[in-house]
Design a protein around this ligand. Structure first.
Ligand code: SF4
Length: 278
């Protein structure tokens, strides 16, 4: 029996499939529950603080206000399973919040938020390439001084080395493509703001990068279709295995992928709301 195709692709799904097709299957097709991850939860918190900051009037977006936004975001995350599931002790929790604060402070070394003109925050966009639906959430979309669109993506992970830089910017071209399809014009600039350093990676989308993105995403989609119809999702062991939540079902670690399919189906059945019979 062939696997069902996913309903859409996002930048993270494209990376997931190209990094390891089997991990993609476990996550997207089998929809196995994944434990919360400390880096991802910290990213969620910092993004929430900056989202609140940009809801303020431009003149109010100073550091003290950003730290208040962070406190509000901390209040909002304390009871969230994404945070409680980390089961941090008091020291680890303090280190987690201190690190988030350091990132918010570093943000101010990269730009002056009072000068930014956002036209969209946490903007959900969709576009189609043939039958394929692309989906993405843009952290911030703004206008530059000439009225050009600028896509900004906050990054709370490590700054990539030169070899990884291209693939990171590839994700941003995905967002540029979504903008072009939705607003009828290509962004003048896309930028990744790394809050761990701080450092900014900038690129200018072009006709060439748009076409390259279309080709890459179409090729990944065709590969996913083949994998689904042949039920062939191969493991691709790499350093990423150290952080993979699916080792227990991965043949590279002595696991059985068939058990993952049954577990995913059971987990989904538990969360599905029963339909009332009249
Ligand atoms: S453990 Fe490694 S090879 Fe196995 S599914 Fe995870 S990323 Fe892929």
């Amino acid at each position: 029996m062939a696997h069902d195709l996913p309903s859409s692709l996002s930048p993270s799904r494209v990376s997931s499939f190209t990094d390891c097709a089997l991990a993609f299957r476990f996550s997207v097709i089998d929809r196995l529950p994944e434990p919360p991850s400390l880096p991802a939860t910290k990213g969620t918190l910092v993004h929430a603080a900056l989202e609140r900051l940009f809801c303020l009037e431009p003149a109010e977006r100073h550091l003290a206000a950003a730290l208040t936004c962070l406190d509000q975001a901390i209040d909002g995350i304390r009871l969230d399973p994404e945070f409680t599931g980390l089961a941090l002790d008091d020291d680890a929790e303090q280190a987690f919040f201190d690190d988030a604060e350091a990132m918010v402070r570093r943000y101010f070394e990269l730009e002056d938020p009072t000068t930014i003109t956002p036209i969209g925050i946490e903007l959900k966009l969709e576009a189609a390439i043939g039958d394929l639906r692309l989906r993405g959430i843009i952290d911030r979309l703004e206008l530059d001084d000439d009225g050009g669109l600028v896509v900004t993506d906050y990054k709370t992970g490590k700054v990539p080395g030169e070899r990884q830089e291209r693939s990171k910017l590839g994700g941003v071209h995905f967002y540029a493509y979504l903008c072009e399809k939705n607003f009828g014009r290509r962004p003048a600039r896309v930028q990744l703001l790394y809050l761990s350093k701080p450092e900014a990676l900038l690129t200018t989308p072009s006709e060439q990068s748009t076409r390259a993105l279309e080709r890459k995403v179409s090729a990944v989609w065709a590969a996913i279709e083949r994998s689904c119809s042949s039920e062939d999702f191969r493991p691709r062991p790499s350093r990423l295995c150290d952080w993979c939540a699916f080792q227990a079902w991965c043949p590279a670690f002595g696991g059985d992928p068939a058990e993952a399919a049954a577990l995913g189906a059971a987990a989904r059945a538990e969360t599905e709301v029963p339909v009332a019979v009249a």
